[in-house]
Structures are given as C-alpha cells and as structure tokens.
Design a protein around this ligand. Sequence first.
Ligand code: ZN
Length: 103
Amino acid sequence: MTQAQLDRTVARRTGESLATIRHLGFHAQAGPPADLEPEDLHLAVDCPFCGGSSALPAGPGRLPALAECDRCDVFFDYAPAEVYAAGPAMPGHAARPRDGVAA
Ligand SMILES: [Zn+2]
C-alpha cells in the first residue's frame, strides 16, 4: 500500500478531507511488511491508562468523541493527532512491544 492509498483510505474511513489527513501525517506502522488491503486497516488510539491499542469503530461517519479501551473498560478522550492507522488485528503489530513494559 502506498502513502497515497493510505491517506485516501484514512480519509474515506474518517470522513475527514484528504488535506487534513495529509496534514496529520498518517503513516503505516513499522513492522512486518504485510501486504495490507485497505479493508484491513482500522483506526486506533493508544489507551492513556494501559498504553494498549484501542480500535476506533470504522464507519462512514466522523470519528467518535471518545475511544473505548476493552482492557480497562473505560472510555477516554483523545486528540485527532493521536489517531493512527493500524493493520489487521495482529497482536503486537500496531501496539508497542509488550516485552518492554514491566508487568
Ligand atoms: Zn486501557
């Protein structure tokens, strides 16, 4: 997937303009060079409590005001700049390495 394809996909999913998406600077997460299809992508934000990746519901509308962390069972506020495009639900793909976090 190219940067242009990623930008267009994020713009379509969020309802934001392409210019806004480019301004925010979405980028594919570093990691396995998976051959991602647009439908594999989802938007996510990191939970401020546990640091885990929380998927935002995809849809034709705008982003929800609050994100939900299943792990913490809380809703939390987030800034649009914190949103990133994450790949399919592959453990550890979009999230930070778990090994680096003291349990
Ligand atoms: Zn959490």
